[in-house]
Write a protein that binds this ligand. Structure first.
Ligand code: FE
Length: 260
């Protein structure tokens, strides 16, 4: 999970990533019956709605990686399905990662993933990421070849950022795509961003009358501020994932980022 509070974000002091310090292991056998039950509840509540509101890329990806309603995902099993398709893996971490470490992981096709399960009294509001946001929300997209390549390029470009301006611009690209992206499919606007996939309230806002849905134009995206503590007033609608793939290289060129 990326720490999008950019007041915490500083360019890396060295080219060697320190993400290793955040890696943990997932002790899948330690999940309680209550934690599996909470997962099932979250899965049912979202998947019912997602059948008609989510991008087909998410729905296909959820099948490919083997998301199941009856148990918390075992990352070893997820990765055994995901790796052969796109080379991505979900790696367990202990919480938020600072931007340089997070983007370095993406550059090597590793997605930092929290493994905790929220409690039953936090089904709808969660100040910290958990496995439902990180795995249910993010990882299905990583089974799609174009999105998988896009996400690695985001990491490669963003980890080359050396100024606040460059870091903030790449964070906006990440926010309005990976976290809160919309895409037109079959004439309808569908959700694919993890913050929308994993949250009923955010998804309802994104598709509702109060959110302005603008065409995905890279310059507009990079210029659009975002709030992490508020529902989104403005989101951007892609026409295809190929458009997304082109946008990241264009962004890197505009920002003068040399992907390392
Ligand atoms: Fe996220």
């Amino acid at each position: 999970m990326l720490d999008l509070d950019l007041t915490n974000s500083r360019p890396p002091r060295a080219t060697i990533s320190t993400a290793d310090a955040h890696f943990i292991s997932q002790d899948w056998s330690a999940y309680s019956a209550e934690q599996h039950a909470v997962w099932s509840l979250l899965y049912d509540r979202r998947m019912d709605a997602l059948e008609s509101t989510a991008s087909q890329v998410f729905l296909d990806g959820a099948n490919i990686i083997g998301l199941a309603r009856d148990h918390v995902p075992n990352l070893a099993e997820v990765n055994a399905r995901l790796g052969p398709r796109t080379g991505w893996s979900a790696v367990p971490v202990d919480g938020f990662l600072p931007a340089p470490e997070f983007f370095s992981c993406l550059a090597s096709r590793r997605f930092p993933t929290t493994v905790t399960v929220r409690s039953r009294d936090q089904l709808d509001y969660l100040p910290e990421p958990d496995i439902f946001h990180d795995v249910f929300g993010h990882v299905p997209l990583h089974a799609h070849r174009v999105f998988a390549d896009f996400l690695q390029r985001v990491g490669r470009a963003a980890r080359a950022a050396r100024s606040d301006e460059q870091t903030h611009a790449m964070a906006r690209l990440f926010w309005f795509t990976v976290e809160f992206g919309l895409i037109r499919e079959g004439g309808d606007v569908k959700i694919y961003g993890s913050g929308l996939i994993s949250s009923h309230a955010d998804a309802a806002n994104a598709l509702g009358p109060r959110c302005e849905r603008r065409p995905f134009l890279l310059h507009d995206v990079l210029a659009q501020p975002f709030r992490i503590d508020h529902v989104q007033d403005t989101l951007f609608v892609l026409e295809s994932f190929d458009q997304l793939f082109a946008a990241v290289d264009e962004a890197a060129t505009w920002l003068g980022l040399e992907p390392a």
